[in-house]
Design a protein around this ligand. Structure first.
Ligand SMILES: NC(=O)c1ccc[n+]([C@@H]2O[C@H](COP(=O)([O-])OP(=O)(O)OC[C@H]3O[C@@H](n4cnc5c(N)ncnc54)[C@H](OP(=O)(O)O)[C@@H]3O)[C@@H](O)[C@H]2O)c1
Length: 337
């Protein structure tokens, strides 16, 4: 039988445990051009919250009563598609269930074991999070040696990688996060030059102190008030990398735009959005560089993994409480050798 977590109703604001329900159904049969996946790890991402609402987006909303959509690390157990043999481990867009039937368009790459790096890292530092940090910072932010890079949600899956890449580029990295413990992790273990607990600090004063030469690149995953305040420290020709806006993801009404946006005009600065998919053709390059930095001891990562599909909803809620460091994922099974 196939264990699933279904979307029972669309959340109002922050998702609640009873927006989901467990189900058990027979395992599906793949048709032509489809594969049957055994899901090994579920990637817990803010994007899932977006797909749970019925707002228009780059993917259709998850249907009510259907299993929750998710990035996964999966193993093909039955294939009706050329080039995707049974046994192959893949990165996929699948669903919160033990087995998923998906078309090959949902298979985002074959996973090859990299010596010394655990399989689950293919879903975090060598997967969506690492690639988002890598291409978002280097291609959109274009940091130069000696510049200051400010990062919001800095202790999360993406942000914890961004600051370290900024340091590798010879920049000053300053992180914003929501607890003193996470600030200490950023500076003591990940090498951030400074970290600010935005929940406790007078943010404007703290930014002045931590970014004495202003901000050249703001890698923003939070939006809202944080973005508004950070804009006031932006340097001439500064770059704001619009990665996400998690402070607004649970809003029930359209939030107001950043009232400080004319800072972009005053500083001849730019703000540019991106999706990691924009760089899909260069994933192998990004992954190779990230893996090299890990092997050289320049890049550290942390994956918070819980076991069992029934844990997926509560693990998702941790994204909004901020009660985690690094990447969240759920383990369902080991691959078969
Ligand atoms: N553009 C793309 O292609 C792309 C791809 C992947 C992810 N993203 C975006 O990148 C961002 C980070 O994703 P992630 O997977 O790495 O998640 P994450 O950073 O691991 O988790 C989210 C973090 O955001 C902070 N947060 C939550 N609610 C907040 C609020 N109301 N105000 C301020 N901070 C809040 C929390 O940390 P604190 O304790 O620091 O508050 C929380 O730990 C998200 O915005 C996501 O949508 C974009």
């Amino acid at each position: 039988m196939n264990q699933q977590v279904l979307l029972r109703r669309r959340p109002e604001g922050v998702p609640a445990a009873d927006d989901f329900e467990m189900a058990e159904r027979p395992v599906g049969k793949p048709g032509p051009g489809e594969v049957l996946l055994k899901n090994l790890y579920l990637s817990i991402d803010p994007a899932i919250r977006g797909w749970m609402s019925d707002a228009k987006s780059y993917l259709p909303p998850i249907e009510l009563g259907a299993p929750v959509r998710s990035g996964t690390l999966s193993q093909i157990v039955e294939s009706h598609a050329d080039d995707w043999p049974a046994g192959q481990i893949v990165q996929a867009l699948a669903t919160w269930e033990s087995f998923s039937v998906v078309p090959t368009e949902n298979l985002h790459g074959k996973v090859r074991a990299i010596e010394g790096i655990p399989l689950h890292a293919m879903l975090s530092v060598l997967g969506g999070n690492g690639l988002t940090a890598y291409f978002g910072l280097l291609e959109v932010g274009q940091p130069r040696e000696g510049e200051t890079v400010l990062v919001s949600a800095a202790a999360g899956g993406v942000g914890s990688i961004v600051g370290q890449i900024a340091r590798i580029q010879g920049c000053r990295a300053v992180g914003l996060t929501g607890s003193d413990e996470k600030c200490a992790w950023l500076t003591d273990e990940l090498g951030y030059d400074a970290a600010i607990n935005y929940k406790r600090a007078d943010l404007k004063a703290a930014l002045k102190e931590s970014c004495p030469k202003g901000v050249d690149v703001f890698f923003d995953s939070v939006g809202g008030d944080l973005l508004n305040t950070a804009l006031t420290r932006l340097n001439r020709k500064g770059r704001v990398v619009l990665c996400g806006a998690i402070s607004q993801i649970n809003a029930t009404e359209l939030p107001p735009g950043p009232s400080n946006y004319l800072q972009l005009l005053a500083k001849s600065a730019r703000m540019e959005g991106f999706t990691t998919l924009d760089f899909a053709r260069r994933y192998d390059e990004g992954r190779a560089q990230l893996a090299q930095w890990i092997r050289e001891g320049k890049l550290r990562y942390r994956d918070e993994i819980v076991e069992g599909i029934d844990q997926a909803p509560s693990h998702l809620l941790r994204l909004f409480s901020g009660d985690h460091r690094g990447k969240l994922m759920v383990k369902l099974a080991d691959p078969e050798v």
